[in-house]
Design a binder for this molecule. Sequence first.
Ligand SMILES: [Cu+2]
Length: 170
Amino acid sequence: MWYAPDFSGLHPLNVSMTNKSLIVAIAALALAIAAAIAAKFLLAPPGEVTYTAPLSACNLQEGPCSSAIPGGGRIEFAIAPRPIPLLQPVRLSVKVQGMKARTVEVDLTGVDMNMGYNRPKLQREGEGQFTGQATLPVCITGRMAWQAVVLVTSDDAKVAVPFRFVTSRN
Ligand SMILES: [Cu+2]
């Protein structure tokens, strides 16, 4: 029996095809890595805060407070009635300027003590106008410092704007 040696695997065309697919594979991998790096830097994963405003010195017990956001916009926030009561529904109002707000939430936390998860989602009332309700739990200590972080989400950003206020037992 005589067998013709099989050189098909080494055929010049096959070799060049192998090289081409290898180059394509390497290029695809490099592109995927570049895309992953770009995604990490340019697009934050959904739900992740992209900008946190410095803590405002404004006191929500005295009236509406506002804070600047990147791009020349502003977030105005108010809690009513004032003085802000405990164990009673309070009205939260947020005005957003210079940002296409999709959702607005207010995260209410105790500054020095854990008061549980309290993050009502506000309803859209008009262009850049959101309102909602929350109830602050009563605190065993008389004086209680609160932080209210207004969370505004657009299609490509999530901005966190913190404000503070103090309640007394009432
Ligand atoms: Cu407390």
